[in-house]
Design a protein around this ligand. Structure first.
Ligand code: FCB
Length: 436
């Protein structure tokens, strides 16, 4: 399946209507010095009012699926239990519109914009709060389960826990490594518990989780860099993959944090948790943007070997363009974890190109798209069960703490007029979809 991906908060706007309650990202945007240029998503792409016109672009592209997310604050009332029918109706209309075009809705329940009230009750740091996520999963799957056949519980738990609770650059902006691990654990437990709820309400559906995976490679052949890279991979990738696929959390990195006094222990893991987390799923969603070139911090630059890796071009986010990383990652994950079916649920790049004579000629995105799709093809040729590719993103949108200055869209959006302009990458993707 070919597709494109978006998320509710980043495109919808209309943050205050039809009974929507406040989300932690509304709060974060209203707090000074959190989001670049003090940007907010009150209007964003105004997708809430224009979804059908936006879906005309999906028709034009010829995609078979569309990944989007549900805004939890639109779905529940302030008790986090009763449903807000207007919010459900919005997504129901959206799903019907997609299906009328023969486009499979690929639905994500949690793409970060959780209710502020949920946070005030402790949110992901409070294990008791998992029940609210399960109530929400029940409501949505009950309403849409007859029509939606692809379900994602959480998008990128690493980003939720690390950017939100360790580095403090995303909502809710905390900086506490122990809390970030706790959040992560509760996310994984809630994933495991939500799977059966979704399956119950949506027969013959496929359920999975989406991870952002970034393979780390040692900057030099020094032992220190190799060790740093090993810990990076455990922290970034295996911390999720291992428990989801039947193992425990990787011990080297946990012991390293304990040794450094960063956390006392991982005492939040209770008996039976690993069984809950490793519930069999139907697919693994992978978001791939780049690799990490890992240098040990424990050895000074002078003592260490020079960096031996030549990094490729960088996008506006300073993320290196490294398509082979995607191919190798797919092969590696398939061999080590056998997830059965894999989808690339996000892959894309931030580049800003001006519109000249009506055309946005985003050459470097065209190259990124072609090279990463070829990397997927190479992985498929090597036997990886990759069942779909979704490009991030359908259109330029609100890029979280970066506001509107990072542009990932196949379609350009003028945030003054809200005019949409398909970029050259859009037309190239259309050709690729047709030819592959
Ligand atoms: C991912 C997010 C997505 C978008 C891209 C650029 O981490 O899932 O919402 O911000 O990065």
């Amino acid at each position: 399946m070919w597709g494109t991906a978006t998320s509710s908060f980043q495109i919808e706007g209309s943050n205050n209507i039809d009974g929507k309650i406040r989300s932690i990202w509304d709060e974060f945007c209203d707090t000074p010095d959190k989001v670049k240029n003090f940007d907010n998503a009150k209007i964003a792409c105004d997708h809430y009012n224009r979804f059908s016109q936006d879906f005309d672009f999906l028709d034009e592209l010829g995609v078979g699926c569309y990944r989007f997310s549900i805004s939890w604050p639109r779905i529940v009332l302030a008790d986090l239990k009763s449903k807000n029918q207007k919010g459900l109706d919005f997504y129901s209309k959206m799903v019907d519109d997609l299906l009328s075009r023969n486009i499979e809705p690929f639905l994500t329940l949690n793409h970060w914009d959780i209710p502020q009230i949920f946070l005030e009750k402790g949110g992901w740091t409070n294990r008791e709060c998992i029940k609210h996520f399960l109530d929400y999963s029940e409501i949505v799957s009950n309403e849409l389960g007859d029509r939606v056949k692809y379900w994602v519980t959480h998008n990128e738990p690493w980003v939720i826990s690390n950017c939100g609770y360790k580095d403090g650059i995303h909502a809710p902006g905390e900086q506490d490594i122990y809390k970030s691990l706790l959040v992560n654990h509760n996310l994984l437990v809630s994933h495991g518990q939500a799977v059966s709820i979704i399956r119950n309400n949506s027969k013959d559906s496929q359920v999975g989780i989406v991870l952002n995976l970034t393979p780390g490679m040692p900057a030099s052949s020094s032992d220190a860099d190799k060790q740093a890279s090993k810990l990076f991979n455990q922290f970034f990738n295996e911390w999720f993959l291992d428990p989801l696929y039947g193992k425990s959390y990787p011990s080297d990195v946990a012991n390293d944090w304990i040794k450094k006094g960063l956390i006392p222990s991982i005492d939040f893991v209770k008996d039976g948790d690993y069984d809950i987390i490793s519930v069999p799923t139907d697919f693994l969603g992978i978001n791939y943007y780049s690799r990490g070139i890992i240098r040990s911090e424990e050895i000074s630059e002078e003592e260490n070997l020079p960096i031996e890796i030549v990094a490729g071009d960088k996008t506006d986010f300073e993320w290196e363009v490294y398509p082979n990383g995607l191919r190798d990652l797919l092969i590696d994950v398939d061999q080590k974890y056998s997830p059965g079916s894999i989808y690339i649920t996000e892959n894309g790049c931030a580049y800003d190109y001006p519109k000249v004579d009506g055309v946005i000629n985003d050459k470097r995105r065209v190259h990124y798209l072609e090279s990463h799709i070829m990397a997927c093809k190479e992985a498929v040729d090597k036997g990886v069960s990759l069942d779909g590719y979704m490009h991030w993103s359908l259109m330029d949108n609100f890029e979280w703490a970066e506001g509107y200055c990072k542009r990932f869209g196949l379609i350009g959006v003028d945030f003054e007029t809200l005019e949409r302009t398909p970029k050259e990458s859009f037309w190239r993707y259309k050709e690729l979809i047709k030819s592959l």
